[in-house]
Design a protein around this ligand. Structure first.
Ligand SMILES: NC(=O)c1ccc[n+]([C@@H]2O[C@H](COP(=O)([O-])OP(=O)(O)OC[C@H]3O[C@@H](n4cnc5c(N)ncnc54)[C@H](OP(=O)(O)O)[C@@H]3O)[C@@H](O)[C@H]2O)c1
Length: 174
């Protein structure tokens, strides 16, 4: 955005071009300087980002699932992960909670998980994901969950913005 204060929804004309390469290089510099332990990108079960994950795997870029439960209850999150019918069905059949199915799935993808709870019982629940696993059928079911991005990047695309089409902004997963 142009420097200064702005309110949401922002004015499209206030968007500035984004130089992804320089941003990533600056993040690498932060890591080299010891300002960040690790740098990476984010995912969750309703935004699995398969294309991006394959790219990251090839490049050795680590992935972290921040807000893996979809940040339910926040002003910018959604209920889509916790209300997912597929995750709920697996949870009931397996005697686990939807959150546990979600966190275990993320863990099985080989990525880091940053889940948050202020509730002691839910913290314990969220940690209890290591002594069991998902079956191949359950993993297949999760891979078929219809994909929805919480904050769609379409809001950045317009004739007044530096991004005239979605492909000028990112790949097909916007
Ligand atoms: N660096 C980044 O770019 C970035 C981006 C996003 C998020 N983050 C960080 O990642 C962490 C997690 O993200 P988040 O808090 O946005 O989202 P989240 O972990 O997906 O969801 C947290 C919400 O889920 C609830 N919850 C937690 N465990 C639950 C369970 N077992 N059953 C039912 N509800 C449960 C929490 O409520 P209760 O507290 O009441 O349990 C809270 O409302 C945070 O520390 C956040 O700051 C970082």
């Amino acid at each position: 955005m142009k420097p200064g204060e702005f309110e949401l929804p922002f004015k499209k004309g206030d968007l500035l071009p984004l130089d992804y390469k320089s941003v990533w290089e600056a993040m690498e510099e932060c890591q080299n300087l010891g300002l960040a332990k690790l740098i990476g990108v984010e995912m969750n079960p309703v935004w699995q980002q398969k294309t991006l994950r394959e790219f990251c795997e090839k490049k050795g870029i680590h992935i972290t699932a921040y807000s893996p439960l979809g940040a339910k209850g926040t002003s910018w999150g959604t209920n889509w992960v916790m209300d997912s019918q597929e995750l709920n069905d697996i949870a009931i059949a397996k005697g686990k909670t939807t959150a546990q199915i979600c966190i275990r799935w993320v863990y099985e993808q080989g990525v880091s998980v940053v889940v948050k709870s202020f509730n002691k019982q839910r913290m314990e629940e969220n940690l209890d994901i290591f002594e069991w696993s998902l079956s191949p059928e359950e993993c297949e079911k999760i891979s078929q969950i219809p994909q929805r991005k919480g904050l769609r990047a379409d809001i950045f695309i317009s004739n007044e913005s530096p991004f005239k089409s979605r492909f000028e902004l990112w790949d097909e997963e916007v």
